[in-house]
Design a protein around this ligand. Structure first.
Ligand SMILES: NC(=O)c1ccc[n+]([C@@H]2O[C@H](COP(=O)([O-])OP(=O)(O)OC[C@H]3O[C@@H](n4cnc5c(N)ncnc54)[C@H](OP(=O)(O)O)[C@@H]3O)[C@@H](O)[C@H]2O)c1
Length: 294
C-alpha cells in the first residue's frame, strides 16, 4: 500500500479539488477500506461546511485492506459496503478509514458501482417508510421524487412490502418509476386516485408543501428532503447507519428483489461534474464515483 492516496476534498462552498494526501491509518475499532466505488447525494456538499477541508460521499463499496485494534467482525480481503458517519471525512478517495461497526458484506450479485449506490438511499427509504412511516402491507403510499436516489428504492421497498405505490417524478422518468413497481405514476402536483396512508417525500419544496392534500385523515407525512414548512405536519429525520438493515438489503439484492438504478458514473477526477449532475432534475437513480471502475 502506498503512503499517500488520491482524495476529493471540499475546499469551500461547492469547490472541489482532487488532492494527494496521506493515506489514513485505521484507529481502534476501524477498518481501512480500499474504495472501489463511492456514491454521492444531492445537496451533501452543504453538510460539512463547518469542517473544511472535507472528503465528501458517505456511501461506499470496496474491500477491507487492513483492520485496527479490536476489530474482529471484518478482515482484510472482505468485500464490504456501508453508509458511513456524516460527522467525519467521507469516502470519495482511494482509501477510507471507517468504523468497522457500520461495514456489512456487500451483495455478491452486484458490482461495486451498483453496490455503492444502495446503502445511503436504501437505508433512508427503509427507515422513512417503515421506522418513521409505519407502512404496512395493503396500505397506500405516495413517493415524491420517485426516480431519484432515495425515491427509486422507496418504490421498490414499499412494493415488496405489499403496499400500493403511487409516485411523482419528471415525465421523462415515468417509465423507470413504473418499472421499479409504482402502480400510479404522476406529475408533481397531481393527486393519487385515492388518499394515501403515507406520503414519503424526497423532493421537498412544493411537493412536500402540497403533501397534506394527498393524505387520508390520520395519515402520515415523512420527509428526508427538508424540514417541513410550519403549516405541514410531517416527520423529518436523518438516516442512521445500520449493519443489520444492510444485511437484509444485501439479501434482497442477491434475491433479485432490489435493483439499483445508476444514473451516471464519473472518475474521482471528475467529481465536480459528478456533483453538478447530482443537482440536476431528470436523474434516473444514483450518481456514482467509480474509483476503481468496477
Ligand atoms: N435526511 C436524510 O437523512 C437524507 C438522506 C438522503 C438524502 N437526503 C436528501 O434528500 C434529498 C433527496 O435525495 P436523493 O438522493 O433522492 O436526491 P435526488 O436523486 O436528487 O432525488 C430526488 C428527486 O427530487 C426531485 N428534485 C426536487 N428538487 C430538486 C432539485 N433542486 N434538484 C434536483 N432534483 C430535484 C428530482 O426529481 P425529478 O428529476 O423527477 O424532478 C429528484 O430525482 C436530497 O436533498 C438529499 O440531500 C436526506
Amino acid at each position: 500500500m502506498t503512503e499517500t492516496m488520491q482524495a476529493v476534498r471540499l475546499r469551500g462552498p461547492g469547490v472541489l479539488a482532487l488532492e494527494e494526501i496521506a493515506r489514513p491509518e485505521p484507529a481502534e475499532g476501524e477498518a481501512l477500506v480500499r474504495v472501489h466505488a463511492a456514491a454521492i447525494t444531492r445537496d451533501e456538499l452543504d453538510w460539512p461546511l463547518d469542517r473544511l477541508p472535507a472528503i465528501p460521499s458517505y456511501e461506499l463499496s470496496g474491500v477491507v485492506a487492513a483492520v485496527g485494534e479490536g476489530v474482529t467482525a471484518v478482515a482484510a480481503g472482505d468485500p464490504v459496503w456501508a453508509l458511513t458517519p456524516f460527522d467525519r471525512d467521507g469516502v470519495a478517495a482511494e482509501y477510507a478509514a471507517v468504523p468497522a461497526a457500520v461495514l456489512a458484506p456487500k451483495p455478491a450479485s452486484l458490482s461495486h458501482v451498483e453496490s455503492a449506490a444502495v446503502p445511503l438511499p436504501a437505508l433512508s427509504a427503509w427507515q422513512g417508510l417503515f421506522d418513521h412511516g409505519g407502512l404496512e402491507a395493503g396500505q397506500r403510499v405516495l413517493v415524491h421524487g420517485a426516480a431519484g436516489g432515495v425515491g427509486h428504492f422507496a418504490v421498490q421497498l414499499a412494493a415488496a412490502q405489499g403496499a400500493h405505490v403511487a409516485a411523482t417524478c419528471s415525465p421523462a422518468s415515468a417509465e423507470l418509476v413504473r418499472a421499479v413497481g409504482a402502480e400510479e405514476v404522476l406529475g408533481y402536483g397531481s393527486l393519487p386516485s385515492e388518499p394515501v396512508d403515507l406520503v414519503f417525500d424526497t423532493a421537498g419544496g412544493a411537493a412536500l408543501a402540497g403533501s397534506p392534500r394527498a393524505l387520508r385523515p390520520g395519515g402520515r407525512i415523512v420527509s428526508i428532503a427538508e424540514e417541513p414548512p410550519e403549516d405541514v405536519e410531517a416527520v423529518y429525520f436523518i438516516v442512521e447507519p445500520s449493519r443489520e438493515a444492510l444485511g437484509e438489503l444485501a439479501a434482497m439484492a442477491d434475491a433479485g428483489k432490489l435493483t439499483p438504478a445508476i444514473d451516471a458514473v464519473f472518475a474521482l477526477a471528475e467529481a465536480q461534474a459528478a456533483f453538478a449532475r447530482s443537482m440536476e432534475h431528470g436523474k434516473r437513480g444514483k450518481v456514482v464515483l467509480g474509483v476503481l471502475g468496477d
